[in-house]
Design a protein around this ligand. Structure first.
Ligand code: ATP
Ligand code: MG
Length: 588
């Protein structure tokens, strides 16, 4: 995805519309608590004024005690409401941001695996984690603080005007330069915020990639170089955040100055008025107390402003993720054919990558129900791409693929994915037990069924010999399986899935030729009646299939039985002979 555009309008509106609206009742409760809290926090200077002017001025003991009691009560209530509103807004913020992350995760899961090949996973992860966190800061804390600060400022302003309009007017003048400065700085803040978020994305991507590929780093003794790379990736994060905090601080310093000017005005003008008797001392004290309380909400608002501008960048990045539509779309009117048999027809199928390079061109291929077909060809000829298209990880840009007479686009995606079982070239396992990895294919499979599938894939004995058997954890921190073991596990998994069309993309390439033949024979005996497409490089293991298709530079150049193709002396023959020679040399 390209860098997000932080100036885009409607970002905040969209956020509130999509994510905050469901919690309007909660927002109303928060608003109520805030309002009460603000009112309570503005009352005490007035009580103070009454104590000085009335109770002390008139020497009224009873009033003094009553007013002091009232003061205590106000403080208690204020504390209680502060606790309540903290609880409410923390909950609301966490809840809303949880929704954002949940939606982002659900959306990311729907994107084609080919999307993840183009994007850097780390950048995506940073959108799901650190951008959501940045928003959380802004949404939970900031929004509420901003509301509370703004209310407090408004309340103070009203009280100041009421106490002495002249003083209040003079003070308002002092605020003009601050407001002008803030408006000017905001655009820059957004750009910087956006840079900071992109920088986080870049840093995450770097760390994720280098840690996932730590073997590559160690193999080439790149540790020092990659450590320097980390410095380079982290520098923009530090620089951007420094600039953000300095901009915020500069504004706060300006606010400090404005506040000092205000206090000077109060004492100079207000003091003179008190001396001349047109303002009571109590009012002056109340005025001073109120005015000195301007500072906190004011600087609060300035910080909030910085955070909101940064949050806009995060929002833009998140919405970009939401807007990256899955290339493969499920048609809501899609209906599965009445009978599924696993019959495949590719007619003039072509595929071009985004940048226009053509990988498949006018491919015609047919697999009748129950047939075992092989697809062979040089590396890079487009075999895996074709396999990915059968279960719609990619859509043809030309021609169409029919499964049981219905275009794959007209199949409901889940039904299609259940009908086609793809074992991709790179085996993927989750960090979980063997059993859990197998049960991805069939949730309710019994242990006996799991072992049965493993048996067919030639891995049952291996699993039985493990001390914890099917409960052995595999994947990242668990048992590391050998390449061939992983492949056989994937084979067992697809057997459990039991689709109508099996697509094995070099699913046995890591096995030695003898084991490969054994595993493939057992596999075929077991799935008799189902259609199978085997993609492989070891042609000697594929001689007895029902039909062989030879792919070259995205086109089917030959097809037929092994014997016929061998006699035809074309590409197949040359690939086959090469391999035979190699095998003989290897044996010699
Ligand atoms: P191999 O035998 O090595 O597995 P293959 O026949 O399976 O090769 P494919 O994986 O289908 O080949 O790739 C076909 C071509 O498409 C290759 O040239 C590859 O570089 C290119 N390719 C694959 N994925 C993408 C992508 N996401 N964007 C652009 N080009 C791609
Ligand atoms: Mg491939």
């Amino acid at each position: 995805m390209k860098p997000a555009e932080p100036h885009r309008s409607g970002l905040l509106r969209r956020f509130y519309g999509t994510f905050v609206r469901p919690y309007l009742a909660l927002q109303a409760e928060i608003a109520f608590c805030l309002l009460v809290g603000v009112v309570l926090s503005l009352i005490d200077p007035l009580i103070l004024r009454a104590i000085i002017d009335r109770a002390l001025g008139d020497g009224d003991r009873a009033a003094l005690l009553a007013l002091t009691g009232l003061l205590v009560l106000v403080f208690l209530f204020r504390a209680a409401f502060r606790l309540l509103s903290t609880y409410l807004y923390s909950y609301s913020g966490l809840r809303i941001l949880f929704d954002v992350r949940q939606k982002a995760f659900e959306h990311a899961q729907r994107l084609s695996p080919y999307f993840f090949r183009r994007e850097r996973l780390g950048d995506l992860l940073s959108r799901l984690t650190s951008d959501v966190d940045a928003l959380q800061q802004a949404a939970a804390h900031t929004a509420v603080n901003a509301a509370s600060d703004a209310l407090t400022l408004a309340g103070i302003a009203i009280l100041l005007c009421w106490l002495d309009p002249l003083l209040a007017g003079l003070m308002a003048l002092a605020f003009v330069p601050l407001i002008v400065a803030m408006k000017r700085v905001n655009r820059g803040l957004r750009v910087e915020g956006s840079r900071a978020r992109e920088a986080y994305g870049g840093m995450f991507a770097f760390i994720e990639e280098r840690l996932a590929g730590v073997r590559l780093v160690q193999e080439h003794n790149r540790q020092k170089a990659e450590a320097r790379g980390h410095v380079r990736a982290a520098r923009p994060v530090i620089e951007s955040n420094m600039r953000l905090s300095m901009t915020g601080s500069a504004q706060t310093a300006l606010a400090d100055l404005v506040n000092t000017v205000c206090l000077v005005i109060i004492f100079a003008v207000g003091g003179l008025r008190a001396l001349s008797g047109s303002l009571s001392v109590g009012s002056l004290v109340a005025y001073y107390t109120l005015a000195s309380r301007l500072y906190k909400p004011l600087t609060g608002l300035i910080e909030v402003n910085v955070q909101i501008q940064v949050a806009r960048a995060s929002l833009a990045r998140l919405f970009d993720l939401f807007d990256s539509a899955p290339q493969v779309r499920d048609d809501p009117r899609a209906k599965a054919p009445a009978r599924i048999r696993g019959e495949v027809t590719l007619s003039r199928v072509g595929l071009a990558w985004d940048q226009g390079t053509r990988v498949l061109d006018g491919v015609d291929l047919e697999i009748s129900a129950g047939q075992v077909v092989a697809l062979v060809g040089r590396t890079g000829s487009g075999k895996s791409t074709l396999a990915a298209m059968l279960s719609r990880y990619l859509d043809a840009t030309q021609g169409d693929i029919h499964l049981d007479g219905v275009s794959v686009r007209a199949w409901p995606l889940p039904t299609l994915r259940a009908a086609v079982g793809l074992v991709p070239q790179e085996t993927q396992l989750f960090h979980d037990t063997l059993a859990a990895n197998l049960r991805l294919a069939r949730r309710r499979a019994t242990d006996a069924e799991l072992l049965d599938a493993l048996e067919a894939a030639g891995l049952a004995q291996f699993v039985r010999d493990l001390p914890r058997g099917l409960d052995t954890t595999v994947g990242e921190q668990g048992l590391r399986l050998s390449g061939g073991e992983r492949q056989r596990l994937a084979l067992a998994r697809v057997l459990l899935k039991d689709p109508w069309l099996f697509v094995l993309d070099e699913a046995t390439s890591a096995l030695d030729p003898q084991t490969e033949r054994l595993v493939l024979d057992r596999f075929r005996a077991r799935v008799r009646g189902r259609s199978v497409l085997i993609i492989g490089h070891r042609l000697t293991s594929l001689t007895d299939v029902d039909r062989i298709f030879v792919l070259d530079s995205g086109r089917i150049v030959e097809s037929g039985l092994h014997a016929d193709l061998y006699r035809a002396r074309g590409l197949y023959r040359s690939l086959y002979d090469d391999q035979l020679r190699h095998d003989v040399e290897a044996e010699a």
